[in-house]
Design a protein around this ligand. Structure first.
Ligand code: NAI
Length: 472
């Protein structure tokens, strides 16, 4: 079979950008992205896409309504497709067995049942969502137990390695594409067909093929390795703050070792995003189920250290602000979990805001890409507070960083947006309460310069700096 039509179930952070790039690079293939949320599909078909991702809008504009379609007609898209990506969300389970750790596969299962129900011809079903090891086997059992007579399915694992904020570049210049499939003849043929799609732009030597389980585990392993590097460097940042060593100097010296490398060695207030925590918790749960408690507790430490880092940073804010932030105005600059995305899922800013609100602070929040409604939703969610009205009264959301910082006691940088580096800190200082504090949770600012202006500066992995000014 030559793939002529692709359907992608799930028009989220993965399904949207991935299929846009496939459409861009494969003009001979018609790609339809479907979602059960009509609002999301409407946004994909508008000038304001539901997600912010540098370069994405341009790609969508080039392909939309030519060979790229966004639709709620799931039935039609599945019926016509030769190959179907499942790109639905796989959040951590909130209830029942494995609550708080295992991946909730209800959306994946829902998608599989839908495919079995609708499909009237053979399909290659590709698991793109991040799933526990052996999930493909479960999907296949569901598909084969419910299929229409004569319809055959092949299931592949093709985990996505894109990183939000750089998704388009990651997709176009992928380090590798991983495809796992059954060792049977049919499985190998399906692998070849999906490889052919990627070979439109990815060099063949970068397309790795494995068995299904290796592919599923590799995705969890990659995220566990990446997150553990962040926890490694963050753990040492605490040692630096206690000793006078500087974590940037340590990271530079360590990263120069070619066996270690310099990437992902940036100390910060901790990692966020929808994947790292969820995928490691999932790995921990799998290890527990496999009766490998030592392995489970090893990876659990990566999460625990991340929690410790967020707590440590927030405690320091309260401590330096004379042990109370009650009724003090604090500016939170950045709410997204990282720069160049509007995604706030598991953003450390949410934790920082919660702790400061619990301590009685008033928050002025500014983020260049996160919508005010999203910030309000995050901070008034029942899992966040029993008193949403109280939270609403304690926060103000701004669309200008200068207004957000005016009249505040402290500026807290929670996201490493480039625009924060170029702000006029003399002006910000002149409009703040004194003494004025900056807490740089991302290590992006010039701390000596800020101290010269008169700020007290606290950052991660370095002792607090300030210069005596005005006799202070
Ligand atoms: P998302 O939450 O942004 O998008 C998922 C979409 O699937 C939603 O729009 C939802 O309405 C839709 N959906 C769920 N069930 C459906 C159904 N039965 N029919 C139609 N639509 C349905 O999730 P995101 O971030 O795109 O993640 C998807 C998967 O990719 C997850 O497993 C995630 O772990 C993985 N992943 C995410 C990355 C990221 O950076 N966000 C990177 C790599 C992998």
């Amino acid at each position: 079979m030559v793939i002529k039509k692709i359907c992608c179930i799930g028009a989220g952070y993965v399904g949207g950008p991935t299929c846009s790039v496939i459409a861009l690079k494969c003009p001979d293939i018609e790609v339809t992205v479907v979602d059960k949320s009509s609002e999301r599909i409407q946004q994909w078909n508008s000038n304001k896409l539901p997600i912010y991702e540098p370069g994405l809008y341009e790609v969508v504009l080039k392909c939309r309504d030519k060979n790229l379609f966004f639709s709620t007609n799931i039935n039609k898209a599945i019926t016509e497709a030769d190959l179907i990506f499942i790109s639905v969300n796989t959040p951590t389970k909130l209830n029942g067995n494995g609550k708080g750790r295992a991946a909730d596969l209800k959306y994946v299962e829902g998608a599989a049942r839908m495919i079995a129900d609708i499909a009237q011809s053979n399909k290659i079903v590709v698991e793109k969502s991040t799933v526990p090891v052996k999930a493909a086997e479960s999907i296949l059992r569901i598909l084969r137990a419910n299929h229409k007579k004569g319809v055959k399915f092949q299931i592949l694992s093709n985990p996505e390695f894109l990183s939000e904020g750089t998704a388009i570049d990651n997709l176009i210049n992928a380090d590798r594409v991983l495809i796992g499939g059954e060792e049977s003849e049919g499985g190998q043929q399906a692998i070849k067909e999906l490889s052919w799609v990627y070979e439109h732009w990815i060099p063949a030597e970068k397309i790795i093929t494995t068995n299904t389980w290796s592919s599923e585990l590799s995705k969890l392993a990659a995220n566990a390795f990446l997150a553990s590097r962040i926890s490694n460097i963050n753990s040492l940042s605490a040692v630096c703050e206690a000793t006078g060593a500087d974590i940037s100097e340590v990271a530079n010296a360590v990263g120069k070792d070619s066996r270690i490398g310099s990437k992902f060695l940036q100390a910060s207030i901790g990692f966020g995003g929808s994947c790292f925590q969820k995928d490691i918790l999932n790995l921990v749960y799998i290890c527990e189920c496999l009766n490998l408690p030592e392995v489970a507790s090893y990876w659990q430490q990566v999460i625990d250290l991340n929690e410790y880092q967020k707590t440590r940073f927030t405690k320091k804010i309260v401590e330096l602000l004379f042990n109370t932030v009650s009724d003090k105005k604090l500016a939170i600059l950045g709410f997204a979990f990282k720069k160049d995305t509007g995604d706030t899922r598991e953003s450390p800013a949410i934790y920082v805001a919660k702790t400061l609100l619990d301590e009685g602070a008033k928050l002025h929040i500014y983020d260049p890409k996160v919508e005010a409604t999203q910030i309000l939703d995050d901070l008034t969610h029942p899992s966040f507070t029993p008193d949403p009205e109280g939270v609403r009264k304690a926060i103000e959301i701004y669309d200008d960083p200068y207004q957000a910082t005016a009249g505040t006691h402290a500026v807290v940088i929670c996201t490493e947006w480039d625009e924060f580096i170029g702000l006029d800190y003399e002006e910000i200082y002149s409009n703040m309460m004194k003494p004025a504090f900056i807490f740089d949770g991302r290590k992006i600012l010039n701390h000596d310069k800020l101290a010269n202006i008169g700020f007290f500066v606290h950052t991660v992995g370095k002792q607090t700096v300030y210069k005596a000014v005005n006799g202070f």
